[in-house]
Design a protein around this ligand. Structure first.
Ligand SMILES: [Zn+2]
Length: 278
């Protein structure tokens, strides 16, 4: 391939993955007569961009997810962050302010597809987009009101080395771009990777969660409203483990956010107590 063409494709590649791409630039991309459009088409032919939700090829004017997936995004519609089932479940933690999520998680829905794509394909920019989308979509819901710092749940060192990045951190970084608050990445240390807990009882899971995290650097926590951030909340015991470490700081207030959560019905809460995974 001629070097000039390679260079233009490389430039185009960075433009297509640039989150700051302006509407004007995007409209240039869509102009059927532009030279850039020809290169865009060629680029997509050579390096097809895929939808993070379903894996299908994206059209030139689509980013991250296709049109079909975008209308199927399973947004959480109940915006009661202060007295939902999970808040009732953790009611004995007096520092807890709110628990919420952007999406409803089911193993085969679009939210699950996006999370898998983020986790296993090192899609850093996708994570930031997910975070920005969360804050923008829930701006009027009160979930993020008064939050001082974001604290993404860390991976163990071994898992971090294996995966190469922490997906929760990139979601938090996207949220921070909109909220204008710091992201703390050295506060918590994850010392144990949670093993499969499907055979654990509810009490055993809680006991296990309490030994997963350690406080590494406590600077910037005292008296602050800390939001713990994770990609998915299932039973919630991982977030609870982090909460129980952070709540040791004086006068701290804590909220929990997951990009997607498994809905807790009365039946699933009962199963959770009985030891089944939800
Ligand atoms: Zn799709």
């Amino acid at each position: 391939m001629p070097s000039a063409l390679c260079e233009k494709l490389s430039t185009l590649n960075s433009q297509l993955s640039n989150p700051q791409l302006s509407t004007l630039q995007l409209s240039t991309l869509n102009s059927p007569l532009s030279t850039l459009n020809v290169y865009s088409s060629l680029h997509d032919l050579l390096f097809p961009r895929l939808c993070s939700g379903c894996g299908q090829r994206l059209a030139l004017d689509e980013r991250y997810i296709c049109g079909e997936c975008s209308v199927q995004l399973p947004f959480e519609t109940g915006h009661d962050w202060t007295s939902n089932r999970r808040m009732h479940q953790w009611a004995d933690h007096m520092c807890l302010e709110r628990i919420g999520a952007l999406m409803r998680y089911e193993h085969d829905n679009v939210a699950a597809g996006i999370i898998r794509s983020l986790k296993y394909n090192r899609r850093f920019e996708l994570g930031r987009w997910m975070g920005r989308m969360a804050v923008e979509h829930l701006a009027d819901s009160g979930l993020f009101a008064g939050v001082d710092v974001l604290l993404p749940l860390p991976l163990t060192r071994a898992r971090f080395r294996f995966r190469g990045f922490n997906q929760a951190e990139y979601i938090a970084r996207g949220m921070a771009e909109v909220l204008g608050v710091p992201v703390l990445t050295r506060t918590l240390r994850r010392v144990v990777e949670r093993e499969s807990q499907t055979h654990f009882t509810h009490d055993q899971r809680l006991l296990n969660a309490r030994h997963v995290f350690e406080l590494q650097e406590a600077d910037g926590l005292e008296g602050r409203h800390v939001m713990l951030v994770d990609d998915v909340m299932t039973t919630g015991t991982t977030l609870l483990g982090a909460l129980e470490v952070v709540e040791q700081m004086p006068r701290v207030r804590i909220s929990c956010f997951a990009w997607a959560w498994v809905m807790l019905s009365g039946a699933s809460m009962a199963r959770s107590r009985a030891g089944e995974h939800t």
